[in-house]
Ligand binder design. Structure first.
Ligand code: MTE
Length: 323
């Protein structure tokens, strides 16, 4: 997915950054009057100011409805071979990602909802239900794959909390924007912040998961702490990391990779071994850890849960669903 040079369609740096005001998170909390929201039990004093306690509940009870057809990927592989372009375009960014301060972590829920809200990730997770663990396969568009135990909550719970208006059709999710700690965000030809989106039907599908942990522990920064999306039937780039904003909208979001190259990385991005990426085959995948190549499955093996979402959507060209 690497885009090495600034291409002609790239945004100017000023366009990418000038409209954003970067408040230090603690200042942001103070500005938002967070200490006055009656959340004192979730907050502990640090230097005269409040810092939220980390998300609790690890290891979470495993939901046995989600089983694997392969071994769990060794933890070291899944946590040191990661895609997080905010910290660089190589897979080896895990050390750099430690600069990300994930506690406190303010999340905004806005757009077409009855009541917009801003709350700390820990408070949000406490509101939307207890953590559970799920074993999911993960298939990157680059044809590597892993199988990991995520801890988190169904995304449908957040949708319910947000109480979207009837006009809302999509959920857009956005990653933090802070070039002072994320060197990749200084590369202005990328359309930061990283954005992804789902239809509300997808977001409320039982599989869509907001993960806060992995391997029975809190999420490491490089895997998208403190809160990331996991949509195991779609290529991995849909699973946006370190989410700060959930926006309900009536317009189909244009995601980060789609803005860069919509012919190669589309909105739907459902896994299909029979629809090749324009530059490589999607028939097989290399498993992190063992390095074994195995056949890729339609919807990454989750067709039973999700195929119905797309019935009749593109009667003349259903290939649109798979890139
Ligand atoms: N989210 C953000 N914010 N930035 C990214 O670069 N990469 C995506 C996705 N989410 C990415 C992201 C891609 S391409 C993949 S395959 C998965 O994260 C990888 O998740 P992992 O590193 O935890 O395996």
């Amino acid at each position: 997915m690497l885009i090495k040079k600034r291409p002609s369609w790239a945004m100017a740096e000023a366009d990418a950054t000038s409209e954003h005001i970067y408040l230090n998170r603690r200042e942001w909390l103070r500005a938002a009057g967070f200490t006055g929201l009656g959340l004192t039990t979730a907050l502990t004093g640090v230097g005269g100011f409040a810092a939220a306690a980390a998300i609790q509940g690890y290891p979470a009870p495993r939901n046995m409805a989600y089983r694997l057809d392969r071994d769990i990927t060794p933890e070291d592989d899944a946590t040191t071979y990661t895609n997080f372009y905010e910290f660089g375009s190589s897979k080896n960014i895990w050390k750099r990602a430690q600069k990300l301060v994930t506690d406190p972590w303010m999340v905004t829920i806005d757009g077409l909802v009855e009541t917009e809200m801003q709350l700390d990730a820990e408070v949000l997770i406490a509101k939307v239900g207890g953590l559970e663990e799920r074993l999911y396969r993960h298939r990157c568009v680059e044809a590597w794959a892993m199988a990991v135990p995520w801890s988190g909550v169904p995304l449908a719970n957040l949708v319910k909390l947000a109480n979207p208006k009837p006009e809302a059709k999509y959920l857009q999710m956005e990653t933090f924007l802070d070039p002072s700690i994320a060197p990749g965000q200084k590369q202005s030809w990328y359309p930061w912040p990283y954005v992804e989106g789902l239809t509300l039907a997808e977001a409320t599908n039982e599989l869509a998961f907001l993960a806060t942990g992995i391997y029975g522990k809190p999420m490491p920064a490089q895997n998208g702490a403190p809160i990331r999306l996991v949509t195991p039937w779609k290529y991995g780039f849909k699973s946006v990391k370190s989410i700060t904003r959930f926006t309900f909208t009536d317009k189909q979001p244009v995601s980060f990779w789609e803005q860069l190259n919509g012919n190669e990385y589309g909105f739907w991005a459902n896994v299909n071994p029979d629809v090749p990426h324009p530059r490589w085959s999607q028939k097989t995948e290399r498993l992190l850890g063992s390095g074994k190549n195995v056949r890729t499955q339609l919807y990454n093996g989750y067709g039973q849960q999700v195929a119905g979402l797309y019935d009749g959507m593109f009667p003349n060209d259903d290939r649109k669903l798979f890139h």
